[in-house]
Design a protein around this ligand. Structure first.
Ligand code: GDP
Ligand code: MG
Length: 411
């Protein structure tokens, strides 16, 4: 058996060379990637028995050598691997196991199969969507209409199952179900007072919302009944921003950037009817503080955690905020920046999925005007108007793509 090593820039060239040099019956013993191409070990007049002898690990050989003498004698009769074969054995033992994972030819085939698979999936998804349009025209129309609202796919599919004798009737039922499922806080914080801590990502409008709530309460009941606490002692100007609002409203204010300072501030404001705590954001420090706020809510200060969310944020951002702050019991949520949102789908999905009650909605920067209590019907109505204004058509490819084949009930 003749064994030779070949180098070439790619597998095809290497195989051509093997065939030219050793003939078409040559056997490939191993292949591996090297710096500038492919290295092949090929054999002419390949005899599997000899190869096994070449690849038999030394330990195995020693073990069999230790067996009975008669066995040794028989072993000696067997052909021993040549010096060249032994060298190859030592050097190439690991390489002799073909490294198919790095084979460029196989990799190309794999890539092509991946493309073919996604093409087939796409075709099947398109068929599933077409089939649904034929078999369940009302459901498919509802799916299209609800897609305009930009609800999460799960909620869209859920509400697209609404009953109805005709498309308009089914849509009215679906919208009524959405409206009914939006939870509202029965706690009128702007009327009754209490201790509320605004938590949420940075920049969503927590400080502005605190000012709006404080100003409304002060207008109704008097500024002396309102107190503000800022726990955002890190950012330059954060306290100044709240202090400016407190001065304009004429209410008391304190900074508390440690749990004990917060305790002291709450003690100092024990006679206030409305205490609003403004926090910073989502950093680890804020999480610790939120934890503290939650702990305090079990003491004599019934602090209610209110999650402030921007209606402009993407669904993933809102879900992340919910995941982060949802580890504490949330009393309610306030939606801000409704005036800047081009879709309310993400915010509605968040409210529906989390079931955290909505306490108020903000639709502008003006203090105190731009805050109101919106009911579910008003929110849904607003969401529909935005959908009509900003979305003309549904991307059917996207829709079909989301309807993972067979994954949804009734398809
Ligand atoms: N358009 C709009 N802007 C808002 C609203 N609420 C707050 N803002 C603005 O958002 C920015 C950040 O607000 P701020 O209260 O400092 O956010 P915080 O970091 O959560 O305290 C400021 O420019 C606010 O004027 C709102 O409802 N609509
Ligand atoms: Mg702030």
């Amino acid at each position: 058996m003749k064994i030779r090593r070949f180098f070439a820039k790619d597998m095809r060239t290497a195989l051509n060379e093997v065939s030219r040099e050793l003939g078409s019956d040559a056997a490939i013993l191993s292949s591996r990637r090297v710096d500038d191409g492919i290295e092949l070990l090929a054999a002419q007049d390949y005899e599997p028995g000899i190869l096994e002898a070449m690849t038999e690990p030394a330990a195995e050989r020693q073990k069999s050598e230790r067996k009975s003498e008669s066995k040794i004698e028989r072993e000696e009769e067997k052909p021993r691997p040549s010096r060249f074969a032994t060298e190859v054995n030592a050097e190439e033992k690991q390489v002799l196991q073909l490294d198919w994972g790095n084979d460029p030819g196989l990799k190309a085939i794999k890539d092509e199969m991946r493309v073919l698979r996604s093409l087939m999936e796409e075709q099947l998804q398109g068929l599933a969507w077409k089939e649904m349009q034929q078999r369940k025209p009302i459901k498919s129309l509802l799916t299209k209409r609800l897609s305009l609202l930009d609800l999460s796919p799960r909620l869209r599919d859920h509400y697209a199952n609404s009953d109805g004798t005709d498309p308009a009737n089914a849509l009215a039922n679906a919208l009524a179900a959405i409206t009914r499922d939006i939870k509202h806080s029965d706690d009128p914080m702007m009327e009754k007072g209490g201790v509320y801590a605004m938590v949420g990502p940075t920049g969503v409008g927590k400080t502005t919302t605190v000012a709006k709530l404080a100003a409304h309460f002060a207008l109704k009941h008097g500024a002396k009944h309102v107190a503000l606490i800022s726990t955002d002692g890190f950012r330059i100007g954060a306290h100044d921003q709240l202090a400016t609002y407190a001065r304009l409203i004429g209410c008391a204010i304190r900074t508390a950037d440690t749990p004990s300072a917060l305790h002291d501030a709450l003690d100092a404001f024990v006679d206030k009817r409305l205490i609003l705590i403004d926090t910073a954001g989502m950093s680890q420090r804020d999480t610790r503080l939120t934890e503290q706020l939650h702990l305090l809510s079990h003491s004599r200060y019934p602090i209610k955690l209110t999650l402030v969310l921007s209606a402009c944020a993407q669904r993933a951002v809102l879900l992340e905020a919910l995941r982060h702050f949802g580890q504490f019991p949330l009393h309610s949520t306030i939606l801000t920046k409704l005036d800047e949102a081009t879709s309310l789908g993400a915010a509605l999905s968040c409210l529906l999925e989390s079931q955290v009650p909505l306490a108020a909605s903000c639709d502008g920067q003006r203090v105190p005007e731009d805050i109101r209590v919106l009911r579910g019907a008003q929110l849904v109505d607003r969401a529909l108007k935005l959908a009509e204004h900003y979305r003309e058509s549904v991307d059917e490819w996207l829709l079909a793509n989301e309807l993972k084949v067979g994954a949804h009930a009734g398809i």
